[in-house]
Design a protein around this ligand. Structure first.
Ligand code: ZN
Length: 229
């Protein structure tokens, strides 16, 4: 705790004039351009890796970067997305998974969830990824299996995202675009889901949007091609 308190003290002392201006400007409102949904993992620091300033990103984090589909039971992330789209008018929503994700590892090894009933229940929202990979890549385990699972989880959560009425309405009139990314911690690299090719490709300056795409064809390509990403 001392490290946090000292860190805050140091931050205030070393704050730049630009930062001071940002905070004054933002004191009475925010207009972030992007909602960024990622894992709660402590190694992911969106504001650091995207070089953003206060007020740029509306960040929401949870275990496994999950967006439950629209249902009667409302989760925090679904409420935050609705607020971001209808009140803040964000133009983009990014769902970002990452390498070495503990949640994805737990999907691979359900025994790890013993004694964690809430996590186990929460990860049911990622069942779509587990099933898709088990049915289509049953022989691929370990690192590569984890990569497939992580990618398919992002694709599955994008599908869930589209079930939220506020998102569907904003996508229909083109005011919101949604994106699926994977952040590789060791390589500091990001790959983005390309719905037209059904695979993840290095992040481009103008990533494809998934408004009209059907991501489910991604396992129709031969394994060698799919692995080349
Ligand atoms: Zn994670």
């Amino acid at each position: 705790m001392d490290r946090l308190i000292q860190g805050f003290d140091q931050f205030r002392r070393e704050m730049t004039a630009e930062q001071r201006e940002d905070f004054l400007r933002l004191a009475t409102g925010q207009t972030p351009h992007t909602m960024f949904i990622t894992c709660a993992d402590s190694r992911i620091m969106p504001e650091l890796i995207f070089n953003t300033r206060p007020g740029d990103l509306f960040v929401y984090r949870n275990v496994g970067n999950i967006v439950p589909p629209y249902a009667q039971h409302v989760s925090g992330v679904v409420a935050a997305i609705e607020y971001a789209v209808t009140a803040l008018k964000v133009q983009h929503i990014v769902i970002c998974g990452h390498s070495d994700c503990g949640a994805m590892k737990a999907l691979q090894n359900p025994a790890a969830l013993k004694g964690k009933p809430s996590v186990e229940q929460w990860l049911k929202h990622a069942d779509v990824a587990r099933y898709v990979v088990a049915e289509n890549r049953p022989t691929i385990l370990g690192e590569e299996g984890l990569r497939y699972l992580t990618e398919e989880n992002v694709v599955g959560q994008l599908e869930h995202l589209r079930t939220l009425p506020a998102v569907a309405a904003a996508m229909a009139n083109g005011s919101v675009r949604i994106h699926g990314w994977i952040y590789d911690i060791a390589k500091t690299e990001i790959t983005a889901f390309d719905p037209l090719e059904g695979r993840f490709r290095p992040l481009a300056t103008d990533p494809a949007d998934v408004r009209d795409a059907t991501p489910h064809a991604r396992f129709s390509t031969p394994l060698a091609v799919a692995s080349a990403a």
